[in-house]
Design a protein around this ligand. Sequence first.
Ligand code: MG
Length: 309
Amino acid sequence: MRSARGPAVLGALALAACATAPPQPAPRTPAAASRCSPAPAFAAGGERATLWLRHSAEFRAASEIIYRAAEAALRAGLADPAWTAEPAQTGDLSALPPAVVMDIDETVLDNAAPQARMILEETCFEEFKTVWDAWVAERAAPAVPGAAAFIRAARALNDPQGRHVRIFFVTNRECGTRPGNDSPCPQQDDTAANLERLGLGSPTLAEELMIKGERTDWDSEKLSRRLEIAKSHRIVLNVGDDFGDFLPDVRRQTAAERERARCAHRKRWGRQWFMIPNPMYGSWLVTLGPDLAAALAADPPVAANCDTP
Ligand SMILES: [Mg+2]
């Protein structure tokens, strides 16, 4: 973790999606209130975001809407041999069978439950890795609303050449040793088992589940893994919950730079790129910096219209 003393306000649960935890904003609540004092608890401030994900019909409706739209886009993309969600892929891609790239955490697997636990138990920053790994070992994450139906529907589709759609899971969950477990990567075993428990396994899941660090160049940036997939497949869709699931270097970008990147790819959103809402944590929170009070008071650098510079 890069900033082991950094607090995690607004439920900045790094989770496995950012197993190397990003620097976190400073707390707005007095650190003395935390059992982790003088640091705040890891997920301090994440109550409303977590409640929204766990309890609101609004989130379930929104997520299902996005996944239904993604399925419709997938059908359109399958029919077009030049359609690709990966900017590095160009030209006639009809020689390649189709694929969908999906993130795991907060895209396919819902980790709001451990987030709630960490809030209630005031888990400290230095305890996060252990708590997170125990959650992964439970293999009990439910599916994000709409994700399971989307994956099943996608796998049942073919391109015009009759080649079926493969789902590749590009996740920043990473391997780590675990006492009493001889597996070289218990986290990969657990994630596969969790997916299988939800009926989302496949005979080739081991190849399709691409864990951070599984190869030396598979780091937190997901581009190298997408490029590996792009060698053999046309990436028709990309689904994630973080800017970093789509674009590189987003953690180093300012809010204005991220906004320009959002606009630069405006024709991909909702067509080839689909974003699931995650208000609990993510690179968006990192971008706000350490002073959340200042961020609350500031006007965000939002482009009113991406077509107007
Ligand atoms: Mg994620």
